[in-house]
Structures are given as C-alpha cells and as structure tokens.
Design a protein around this ligand. Sequence first.
Ligand code: SF4
Length: 371
Amino acid sequence: GMPTIPPRPLAQRRKSRQIVVGRGDKAVPVGGDAPVSVQSMTTTVTADVNATLQQIAELTAAGCQIVRVAVPSQDDADALPIIAKKSQIPVIADIHFQPKYVFAAIDAGCAAVRVNPGNIKKFDDKVKEIAQAASDAGVPIRIGVNAGSLDPRLLKKYGRPTAEALVESALWEASLFEEHGFRDIKISVKHNDPVVMINAYRMLAEQCDYPLHLGVTEAGPAFQGTIKSAVAFGALLAEGIGDTIRVSLSAPPVEEVKVGIAILEALGLRERGLEIVSCPSCGRAQVDVYKLAEEVTAGLEGLKVPLRVAVMGCVVNGPGEAREADLGVASGNGKGQIFVKGEVVKTVPESKIVETLIEEALKIAEEMEAA
Ligand code: SF4
C-alpha cells in the first residue's frame, strides 16, 4: 500500500446539531458528524441567470459544495426559482433587508436563507412568519452576523464590534427564532480580524450547539485573505470548531473554493489530492527546485488520486523525503534519482526528471484506480 503517514488527530469535534442544506441528491448535511463542507458566493448579478448559473457550474467543478447568491432586488428574487432548480449544488439566498425576499427564496426552492441580525429588528414582527415558512419548507436559516453590519444597539453597548458583541447579536437573533420553536439554524460571526473572529467562534461554540459557518469577512486580496482564513480556520478547526467554511477573497470565487479545500486538506480533514512535498532549496541545491516543483505541479494538475510527490534539491534530505512519498526525486550531479514507494527505480539526467516523474505518477494513478 501507500506509505502515507496517519495524521495526528486534531481535537475531538465539537458536538453540534446537524442541519441539512438542500434536498434529495443535492442535500449537504452541516454539523454533527458531517464532513466540513466548503462554500462560496457568486459575484454575478443574481438576476443575470445565465452568468450566475455559469459561475455556479465553475464553482461546482472546483469542488464547491454549497453556493450563496445575493438577493438585493426583486429581479434577483425572481431569478431564484430557475437558479435553485438548475444549480447542481444547494443554493442559499443571501438577504439583508427585505423579509419579502426571504419568503420568495423559500418559495423558489432555495436550500437555505441567510439573514443578518443587524437588520432583523426591522422585520421583528415577521420573525414568526419566517420561522413558520422555513419550518414548513424544511429550509434552514443562517444567522449571519458581520462586524460591518452589527446591530446598532450592540454597537452602542460595546463601542465596537467585539467578539462579545458578535456573539450576543447572534444568540439574540437565534432566540427570536427559538421563541417560535425554530432551531433549524446555523450561525456565523464574522470579523476581518482573525483574533476577534477566533475568540467570537470559541465563545459561540461554548454557548450553543448550532452548527457554525466559519468566515473571516473582508479578508482582503488573495494572499492576505488566504493567510487570514488559513490561520483563523486552522486554529478553530484544530480545536474541533467549525462545520462549514467560506473563504472570502477579493478574487474570483473559484479561488476561494481552492483555498477552502486546501485548508481542509492541510488539516487532514479531507483526503488530499496531489500533494507536492518540495524543499525550499538552499545553497546545497544542485537543481532549480522552484522550476522543477512548478513543472511537476503543472504536469500533474487534475490528477484525481491522492499522491504525494517529493521534489528535493539535493541528496541531504532528498532520499529521506522521497522515500516517504509515493514518488519522488532527489537531485544531484546533474541527475535525478527517481523513487517510487521508497525504492530508487531509475536515475535520469536532469532534463528528463519532469517527464519521468509525470510518467511514473500516471502509472501509479492507474494502479490506484484499478485497485
Ligand atoms: Fe537544501 Fe537539499 Fe534541503 Fe533542498 S533538500 S533545502 S537543497 S538541503
């Protein structure tokens, strides 16, 4: 078999109640013992049905499991039935102000609705009706607290959107639904500062058993947003907190999905696909490690089997790492020693390293698929 190293288990998962987003073959359980799911949000105008469905298809192909669409206008609400029907993954309607769009989304067959507590007061008298309609349709609700749109009452009480303020806001709104017997809820308490965000989710995790949707809001452009999300989600998921994740980037949503999946893979919460174990290179390197790692990554992109490929610059750590991987190369003297499952299978000139690795990887992949 594969010489994979079993991951050190993370903290036991927090016990959350489970909700189900979507129906039938589109159902995605969130919470309980369900695997942590990855979601994203479309950037198209929702009313532009073709563009929105096209983007949802791209997200689905990238591995997105749940998608959210913004519903700021009646035109958007009108587009929901066809989007909910044609999307291959559950569609959540994101609604900030208008209760009428909540009812429209439920009628449209959306898998869930996200509402914002900063605005719930404005439709306080509608909470009962929303709870009733959602309950009748079996549609869960996400209470999405966001530092930027915190309830003015709490902003006044705490002075700024602190972790305590976010949690109080979320639990208060949950209580409005609970009063009507509605508990089909998941919660998010997002902040752009990972430290505040981590503290908020820790507190929330202790005070309720609702499944939690993790997010660092307005995390920034791709590099910064990736770091912030990886650090914050990593800390929480390592403690067993978090049931579904959304990485927010000022970048195309497909990038959010890739980052989200990579975070789960890095934590061992999801089976890895291709993993390149490459060294940072140093003064001992006898080959251009960056170029080699990039070429191997590009050559193997899209491989569907879990495969760990070591790309090492010299013979110091090279053979050791290459032996632990499914496949690897240790370079030296203008040559590459190619390892397969710990054994040197051949030594090739530097110019043949990439093509040999790709060849061997495809062979292993074929064997894995046949097995
Ligand atoms: Fe340096 Fe060799 Fe280690 Fe790469 S494998 S970092 S080249 S010592």
